[in-house]
Design a protein around this ligand. Structure first.
Ligand code: SF4
Ligand code: MG
Length: 307
């Protein structure tokens, strides 16, 4: 496994354009090597903050971030795939140059001919053609643009990919194609994924393990099948009840059970208590500790007892 933990990561602050703030606290999870761990939760729960910390796009402004290593003792280098492929692809560059950039930067191929050859190989790997390399990003559909971002991420030969809502901007049919491509690439190249999503049906398809986040904390983490069969935390149960109908458009906001409170003023005690159907007096007074059940699931709720 590949451990990521940030034990004292209090008041880590991400400032977005409209002063939106996402803090994460006491986050710790393990990503199985060659497998996929998904971080799930509603908008604003801090999952994108964690993704950006892991890839080094952000650093903690207080607290500490620790990465344990892969089996050879080296920290895995992470590449990131974003939700909006258009925003992350330079519109003035031909696709072949977009994909070639990390190859040049990291000096992974020597001659121009070798670089060209590698770019064509990467285009084909993601289901595009050699001639697509001559085009510009605007000439492609959303799904094809996400394929281009994946090719660019693979160009630096990473072993670990952090994927932040990589398909949530796509139509459902295209979404399935891109997810299937990502699974095939995972097998082919032995990639490890940290997958970020608000969509439980996508997460079920992709992950070996799931960590459920709420207001900057992980409230439940466990094996995918176990979590779907026996969700232990009331928030996980709520998420599973709101799996969107495949016919309906996806939305990045789950309305059942009320809105997520502001991270500026997190509730006392268990942060989920204002929305929790099982809350007791203890819940608003005391933050539940994380405990590990016999199944290996870790859960933070006062009411969850061992089976
Ligand atoms: Fe609900 Fe209390 Fe458990 Fe929090 S600790 S999830 S409020 S029952
Ligand atoms: Mg996000």
């Amino acid at each position: 496994t590949f451990d990521v933990s940030a034990p004292w990561l209090n008041r880590l602050v991400e400032r977005k354009p409209r002063q939106h703030l996402q803090a994460v606290n006491d986050i710790s999870f393990e990503v199985p090597l060659g497998g996929c761990l998904s971080l799930v939760g509603e908008s604003g729960c801090g999952k994108s903050t964690v993704a950006r910390l892991v890839t080094g796009l952000y650093s903690a402004n207080s607290g500490k971030m620790q990465f344990a290593s892969g089996p050879d003792g080296k920290t895995l280098s992470a590449q990131m795939i974003f939700q909006d492929p258009y925003a992350s692809l330079n519109p003035r560059w031909r696709v072949k140059n977009i994909i070639a950039e990390p190859i040049r930067e990291l000096k992974l191929r020597k001659s121009a001919a070798e670089i060209d050859e590698r770019v064509v190989e990467l285009l084909k790997t993601v289901g595009l053609s050699a001639s697509d390399g001559q085009k510009f990003p605007h000439e492609f559909s959303g799904g094809q643009r996400q394929r281009i971002s994946i090719a660019r991420a693979l160009a630096s030969e990473p072993r670990f990919l952090v994927c932040d809502e990589p398909t949530s901007a796509l139509d459902v049919s295209v979404q399935a194609q891109v997810l299937n491509l990502m699974r095939r690439l995972q097998d082919e190249f032995g990639l490890t994924y940290l997958f970020i999503s608000h969509d439980m049906s996508v997460v079920r398809h992709m992950s070996d393990r799931i960590a459920v986040m709420y207001l900057g904390r992980i409230v439940e983490e466990g094996d995918t099948e176990e979590l779907f069969a026996r969700p232990r935390h009331p928030y996980t149960q709520l998420l599973l009840q709101t799996i969107p109908n495949i016919e309906k458009p996806q939305r990045d906001r789950i309305t059942a059970g009320g809105e997520v409170p502001s991270p500026f003023k997190p509730p006392s005690g268990c942060p989920f208590h204002p929305r929790c159907p099982s809350a007791t007096a203890r819940c608003s007074a005391e933050l539940p500790k994380v405990r590990t059940l016999a199944s290996g699931t870790r859960v933070a709720c006062h009411l969850v007892q061992e089976d």
